[in-house]
Ligand binder design. Structure first.
Ligand code: SF4
Length: 142
């Protein structure tokens, strides 16, 4: 089961305060906080940190607010902050949106065609972990 599915089941079926991040939520987050027009093809480690930083404090909630946050963010990305035609005029977070404040610059060719650079990606982190595990295994530490 993938990260998204596991978090979605925990949150929506069991009201656990799990961070759920789909493509729509990633797009909203990078626009509001990073002033980027698109989130890219891959959920990066930097985006994961951003999603967790923006998430309601799980210690202050029994799950209801967290689940509402996930659903609201998803709907915002799906209905208002769409990929090609964001409706900034009716957006409830327009006053705090960094991309809008920057003049809603169009994506660069690189942002349109490339998902992301290698640095900061999940693949980079997975590779680093595998290297650590391989080295630890070879040295007899594990
Ligand atoms: S102001 Fe526009 S770009 Fe920013 S989050 Fe809202 S719809 Fe998206």
């Amino acid at each position: 089961m993938g990260e998204y599915t596991a978090a979605a089941v925990a949150c929506f079926a069991f009201e656990q305060p799990e961070v759920v991040v789909d493509t729509n939520i990633r797009r909203v987050l990078v626009r509001v906080f990073d002033a980027r027009p698109l989130a890219g093809k891959t959920y990066t480690a930097a985006q994961r940190r951003l999603a967790h930083d923006a998430f309601p404090d799980p210690n202050l909630d029994d799950g209801g607010v967290a689940c509402a946050w996930n659903i609201a963010s998803m709907e915002l990305g799906s209905l208002v902050c769409t990929s090609k035609s964001p409706k900034c005029g009716i957006c409830p977070v327009r006053d705090m949106c960094a991309w809008r404040a920057a003049g809603s610059p169009a994506p660069t060719e690189e942002q349109k065609t490339r998902g992301q650079a290698w640095h900061g990606t999940d693949r980079q982190v997975r590779g680093a972990l595998m290297t650590l595990l391989r080295d630890a295994s070879a040295s007899g530490s594990i």
